[in-house]
Design a protein around this ligand. Structure first.
Ligand SMILES: [Zn+2]
Length: 419
């Protein structure tokens, strides 16, 4: 963009923009309608507060320099920050071409299940399970210890796996339970956000590393303090803990071992969800704890950068944390993908042959009714796998073809979808 005369432009904040102070040195600017959240420093915050649509860039720059008792800020820096970085995101003036933030790019084939409006209503009801941050962490910790120790103790002392007969009804119940607990988990995240007077997006199902997960858009978490961000991160597991406690009560009322069985599922979900190397809840806990919003991206880029440097024999800055985290994250992703392919190799590898055989059969004998599971196993899942594979390949090729100099607005903060 050509720089316009700094003495004639009078920038103003878009009507849908909110400036949020997180702490004395952390600020976020949010475009509420277009769903952009950008972390800004103190100086940028001070600059944005001065925009009133009356003062020119020249006057604003002079004011900033006077406030800071310096002459280091020039008009071009102010202009470029406002019009090259913030204008494309719809933060300055009325840019009607500014585009909304897309959903999390690590989730694919998203399918919404609970619309935003219903999520808001449910969150308002369930936010009452939260207390002030300090009390919340104690309540959550205490309940979790009770759930974990009692479930484990009962499992060991009662030899439940040998006494419980899993019937078809049980199987159906476990399936339904899995579905409901996943949704309730997401409500846990959105209610924690509602407790801090912020709104979540829809809840749905998507694919993460070709594996189906429930998700909810909780990007407004960026506008919260660290403690409250942690509440949102742990909100899902907190709600699962509440369900587990309810099952414990039911177990001691009825002595039906099935409740302990269900609690074992909850505990396994806990472990899987807290793995910080996949983008599950544990990832956000770690990312917030060490204050690195783009942890995974940064770590993987660091590993690639270090590998290149080692290959070329050029020096590079050593960062043991980013290196080990990046390597583990990459290994976990491959392990995960490998497990999916290996767990059902016949259907994914033989998918083309299966399709061919099926076509042959249909042409010979007409449509045959086969069971739903067979259809799912042989066609639906492998088809999704290949669809995702092609989608990701095209994305990768497109990224390779894109010119490096492309000056596209980059949203500094990643979309935040809890799973
Ligand atoms: Zn979660």
């Amino acid at each position: 963009m050509k720089m316009l005369d700094p003495n004639h432009i009078t920038p103003f904040l878009n009507a849908d923009v909110e400036l949020v102070t997180i702490s004395s040195d952390q600020f976020v600017v949010q475009q509420t309608k277009l769903k952009h959240q950008i972390r800004i420093n103190k100086l940028t915050h001070a600059l944005l507060k001065k925009l009133d649509g009356k003062k020119t860039i020249g006057e604003i720059t002079t004011e900033l320099n006077t406030d800071l008792a310096t002459d280091l800020i020039d008009e071009k820096t102010v202009h470029d920050l406002l019009y090259e970085k913030l204008y494309p995101l719809g933060i300055i003036d009325n840019n009607h071409e500014a585009i909304a933030r897309k959903g999390a790019n690590y989730l694919n084939l998203r399918f919404p299940m609970i619309p935003k409006s219903l999520v808001a209503i449910l969150s308002q009801i369930f936010k009452n399970f939260f207390t002030q941050p300090v009390a919340f962490f104690y309540v959550f910790g205490a309940l979790f210890i009770v759930l974990f120790s009692t479930t484990l103790q009962t499992l060991i002392s009662q030899d439940i796996f040998n006494t419980l007969l899993i019937t078809k009804t049980h199987g159906l119940f476990i399936f339904l339970f899995g579905f409901v607990i996943c949704l309730f988990h997401e409500i846990g995240h959105t209610s924690a956000l509602a407790f801090s007077k912020r709104k979540a997006g829809e809840i749905g199902v998507g694919f993460y590393l070709m594996y189906p997960v429930f998700y909810c858009d909780v990007s407004e978490t960026w506008l919260l303090s660290k403690k409250r961000r942690m509440m949102v991160n742990l909100g899902g597991l907190y709600f699962e803990t509440l369900v587990g406690i309810l099952f414990l009560v039911l177990y001691f009322a009825t002595y039906n071992p099935f409740f302990i069985w269900l609690n074992t599922i909850i505990l396994f979900r806990f472990i899987a969800n807290l793995n910080p190397f996949l983008r599950r809840d544990g990832y956000w806990v770690l990312s917030d704890a060490i204050n690195m919003p783009n942890l995974q991206k940064d770590a993987i880029q660091y590993v690639l950068h270090a590998a290149k440097a080692i290959y070329k024999g050029t020096p590079y800055q050593k960062n043991h944390f980013l290196l080990s985290y990046g390597l583990l994250a990459i290994s976990f992703a491959f392990l995960f993908l490998g497990l999916i392919v290996l767990s059902n190799p016949s259907s994914i590898l033989y998918f083309p042959i299966n399709v061919w055989n099926e076509i042959k059969e249909i042409t010979h004998q007409g449509f045959a009714l086969f069971s739903i599971t067979e259809l799912l196993e042989q066609f639906a899942l492998p088809l999704l796998f290949y669809l995702l594979f092609f989608k990701l390949s095209i994305k990768w090729i497109k990224g390779k073809l894109k010119k490096k100099s492309d000056l596209k607005p980059q949203n500094p903060i990643v979309n935040r979808s809890s799973t």
